[in-house]
Design a protein around this ligand. Structure first.
Ligand SMILES: Nc1ncnc2c1ncn2[C@@H]1O[C@H](COP(=O)(O)OP(=O)(O)OP(=O)(O)O)[C@@H](O)[C@H]1O
Ligand SMILES: [Mg+2]
Length: 243
């Protein structure tokens, strides 16, 4: 469904992505993992159109989105949940969901809100509370719920576990798997807590110093030493799970 080919991205004159390739089939979940500063967030930002792809090609369902703006990408069915659970703290849960669906006709907004709250019972119980009064984990769930109001085909999520207690991290990853199972949304998730995210993904992409250094089915990474090697070893062009 999503195909990223030979993606180069720059901040000013500084190149931060070098020929990154990435494929995400329909209804699947993939993780982009790697050390700090590797370029993980930049991959998501480039796919969403927040950072221009200087070279390379981004296609969704064979539609070329290489030069698409964030608004065009939203219209094409992509949603982005940036790091840090950004919600409107002074608005209630219900009002935040309305903001998530603000481009929809109002009849549809109400319908979608009911459907989204069914997927997040914790939020349904707190629908009239201010988002600022929610726990960190609940706020992260709300950020997902807002993104789902437009029924995206592809959800991009940046480091949802940041600042959360381990038990909440488990809940957040369970919620992401439920989103895929119940709504059929494909998910590309950037995460530093590799062990936790491996529990829910189908595919793994490892980025280091702006380059894809390893990728493959999650089974090849579970329990394997490859992750420690990847995080500790020198950058190389090894390609895991082939040959
Ligand atoms: N707004 C910016 N202006 C200039 N350079 C930037 C900017 N944002 C990121 N960079 C640089 O781009 C490179 C990749 O950053 P990116 O945020 O994609 O890494 P990351 O893998 O997400 O790191 P982290 O795990 O710390 O979130 C880094 O060298 C970073 O310093
Ligand atoms: Mg990042």
């Amino acid at each position: 469904m999503l195909i990223v080919e030979q993606l180069d991205a720059f901040f000013g004159k500084k190149q931060v992505l070098f020929g990154v390739d990435l494929t995400l089939p329909d209804r699947s979940i993939a993780a982009v993992i790697g050390p700090n500063g590797a370029g993980k967030s930049t991959v998501l930002r480039a796919v969403f159109g927040l950072v221009p792809a200087r070279q390379g090609r981004i296609t969704l369902d064979e539609r070329n989105l290489s030069a698409a703006s964030p608004l065009e990408n939203i219209a094409a069915g992509i949603a982005f949940v940036p790091q840090g659970a950004r919600v409107f703290r002074d608005l209630t849960v219900t009002e935040n969901l309305r903001m998530g669906g603000f481009t929809l006709p109002s009849r549809l907004t109400a319908e979608r809100r009911v459907a989204v709250l069914e997927a997040f019972p914790i939020l349904a119980e707190r629908s009239n509370q201010r988002a600022g009064a929610l726990s960190g984990g609940e706020r992260q769930m709300l950020a997902f719920a807002m993104a789902l109001m437009l029924r995206p085909r592809l959800l991009l999520i940046d480091e949802p576990s940041i600042g959360l207690a381990p038990m909440l991290v488990t809940q957040i990853f369970d919620a992401i798997r439920n989103i895929r199972d119940q709504l059929g949304t494909a998910v590309l998730i950037v995460e530093q807590q590799a062990q936790q995210v491996l529990r829910i993904v189908d595919t793994v992409f490892v980025i280091r110093a702006g380059r894809l250094i390893s990728h493959g089915a999650v089974e090849e990474y579970r329990g394997a030493d490859i992750l420690r090697q990847v995080y500790l070893s020198e950058p190389s062009t090894q390609r895991h799970g082939e040959g």
